[in-house]
Design a binder for this molecule. Structure first.
Ligand code: PEP
Length: 250
């Protein structure tokens, strides 16, 4: 477990139509029942962001985007800027998810630019990093992730404006998870990497989320690992009862 208040963020990916607003209402009621010391965040597709943010107004649950363009506005058909996400009433945006890196060719420099855009717009960036199965099997997981994290950092990063989500690519949507020891080792390495740029005191306040097949059944164990300050949840965030159970497990 980390020293920071936990954050449990749900990444809906390309799932959700307006009927999902009923689920958001369920989350709102569930969270009002009291989930001590854990912040909740829902990241719906861009089409639902304004509606979800509005549905959550005045609740303890926040809304976030799943990606943003690096520029504020312009001739970028189909893209959404960080400023637009903030204008929806969102407080956070995910950047550098492995699906963006894999299917949209985003490299570390592109992700870093998106993180800066998030900060420019006053959003908290949830920046994703993580090794592939081949990289882990080759013994390169720590090196790969340290390099990804270092590429994101500059001296504008603070505990208040940035979270790092460690998501091993092979654990996303597969039901597989690293061992608790592997998660702890990686999170400690990530925090050390952040400290090298912004100093240990500030780095201690950057929330480090674990993501990859987090479920109600494994959340307690994973969230208790050293230097874990929360979870980024994909599949299980689409079921209100599961998402709330994960939040309670923190
Ligand atoms: C994710 O894609 O961010 C994720 C963690 O997915 P899942 O929980 O479905 O593995």
């Amino acid at each position: 477990s980390g020293q920071n208040p936990k954050l449990v963020a749900g990444n809906w990916k390309m799932n959700g139509t307006r009927s999902f607003l009923d689920m958001v209402a369920e989350l709102r009621v569930g969270a009002a029942g009291g989930i001590a010391d854990t912040d909740l965040l829902v990241c719906p597709p861009a089409t639902l962001l304004a509606a979800v943010a509005t549905a959550l107004e005045g609740s303890s649950i926040g809304a976030g985007g799943q990606d943003c363009h690096a520029k504020e506005s312009g001739a970028f058909t189909g893209d959404v800027s960080a400023e637009m996400i903030a204008d929806c009433g969102a407080t956070h945006v995910i950047v550098g998810h492995s699906e963006r890196r894999q299917y949209h060719g985003e490299d570390d420099a592109a992700v870093a630019a998106k993180m800066q855009a998030a900060h420019r717009a006053g959003l908290v960036a949830i920046a994703c990093v993580g090794e592939t199965q081949d990289q882990r099997e080759a013994g390169k997981a720590l090196d790969v992730v340290r390099k990804q994290v270092a590429a994101l950092l500059d001296d504008s990063v603070t505990g208040a404006n940035t979270c790092i989500a460690y998501e091993p690519v092979w654990a996303i949507g597969t039901g597989l998870t690293p061992t608790v020891a592997d998660v702890a080792e990686m999170h400690t390495a990530i925090r050390e990497t952040i400290a090298a740029t912004i100093g240990a005191d500030e780095a201690a306040q950057v929330r480090l989320l674990y993501g990859g097949s987090v479920k109600p059944a494994n959340a307690r164990e994973l969230m208790a690992a050293t230097d874990v300050d929360g979870a980024l949840v994909g599949g299980a965030s689409l079921v209100a009862a599961d998402f709330l159970a994960i939040a309670r497990a923190c």
